[in-house]
Write a new protein. Structure first.
Length: 43
């Protein structure tokens, strides 16, 4: 799994999907994860 630094992710803020993926991509699953731990430290 690819890992990105916070700075690398923030540099992509506001980018369009067209800027991030190749035109050959036919199906894309997107997951959104929190950058901070939930309250109580449980995952």
């Amino acid at each position: 799994m690819a890992r990105f630094s916070r700075a690398a992710l923030e540099s992509l803020h506001g980018a369009l999907v067209d800027d991030l993926v190749d035109e050959r991509v036919r199906l894309l699953f997107v997951g959104i994860n929190r950058l901070t731990e939930p309250r109580g430290g449980a995952r």
